[in-house]
Design a protein around this ligand. Structure first.
Ligand code: GDP
Ligand code: ZN
Length: 281
């Protein structure tokens, strides 16, 4: 359900929660993992093994990589008309989903606001790329979003202010309070706000709430992997003049040419280039 440094909250089939450690010092376990545990004391246990994963998402910066979520089936990117979202962050999350082989959708919250129509229009390009855009209002009616969460393990990401907490509360009233209480008990005195948590919507639908979208770095992707993660670039990959073209300033770049013909959105190419430049800092 959650990881705190070297301690892990593991939910058992009867819904009770064990406070666990691992045997190995460098065990890499992520929120969403399925593990085998051995009880050690009342309420405590040791993680013995990790089941095979169907997916794994990382976050990374220049210095290190960390596991973000295991076994997610889709990434749900929460945006809202107000405050404005960062296009680069949305594109980075979409790229992370593509790289991890996960579906992605854009959840457009706060459909009750007057700025909603403009926000929907701004997402038209993403919708045309095949990313579903789901409008809803977490305050008024969460049902349109729920329809897209059924049967999935969804990693929920979004900048602060977009309404993620409101969504979690609307989906699973009391769930975040319960986890907050468990984590306070475990983590006395330490900050726990930067950890992912897993919640159950029903028996087959789960939500992993991941904090800190800024930390959703993609330093672990090479430029060619990054380019392939921008799905509309794919038809042009391999067609540039230089075989090792990074599609930044190189002459004869097929992706830059497609952008000039408006077959690739300039904002998407710019997001990609920002990620490449960021890797090289
Ligand atoms: P978080 O930072 O992503 O967890 O965002 P919060 O859940 O704290 O929400 C940020 C602000 O947006 C709060 O003032 C919420 O009341 C507001 N908010 C959330 N959902 C809606 C919505 O559907 N409509 C409107 N108008 N405001 C919303
Ligand atoms: Zn190129």
């Amino acid at each position: 359900m959650a990881a705190f440094g070297r301690r892990y909250l593991v939910e058992l089939p009867d819904a009770s929660v064990l406070d666990c450690v691992t045997r190995g010092r460098r065990a890499a376990i992520a929120c969403g993992d399925t593990v085998a545990v051995a009880r050690t004391a009342d309420g405590q246990g040791v993680i013995e093994s990790i089941a095979e994963r169907r997916s794994l998402l990382y976050r990374s910066d220049r210095h290190r990589q960390k596991l973000l979520a295991a076994n997610a089936t889709q990434v749900v990117i929460v945006v809202a008309p107000v405050p404005a979202w960062h296009e680069d962050l949305v594109n980075r999350c979409l790229a992370a989903a593509e790289h991890g082989g996960l579906r992605a959708l854009i959840a457009l919250n706060k459909s009750d606001l007057p700025e909603f129509a403009a926000a929907q229009e701004a997402l038209e390009g993403h919708r045309r790329l095949g990313y579903p855009v789901v409008p809803f209002s977490a305050k008024r009616d969460i049902a349109p979003l729920v329809a897209h969460l059924k049967g999935e393990t969804s990693l929920l990401v979004g900048q602060s202010g977009m309404g993620k907490s409101t969504i979690i509360n609307a989906l699973m009233p009391g769930a975040s309070a319960r986890i907050a209480e468990i984590s306070r008990a475990l983590d006395s005195g330490r900050h726990t706000t930067t950890h992912a948590r897993l919640y159950h919507l029903d028996a087959t639908s789960h939500v992993i709430d991941s904090p800190g979208l800024q930390e959703f770095g993609l330093h672990h992707l090479e430029p060619d992997e990054l380019a392939a993660a921008f799905i509309e670039f794919r038809p042009w990959i391999g067609q540039c003049r230089f075989r090792n073209c990074r599609h930044v300033t190189e002459p004869g770049c097929a992706i830059a040419a497609a952008c000039k013909r408006e077959e690739i959105a300039a904002s998407r190419l710019e997001s990609y280039r920002e990620l490449v430049r960021h890797r090289e800092l």
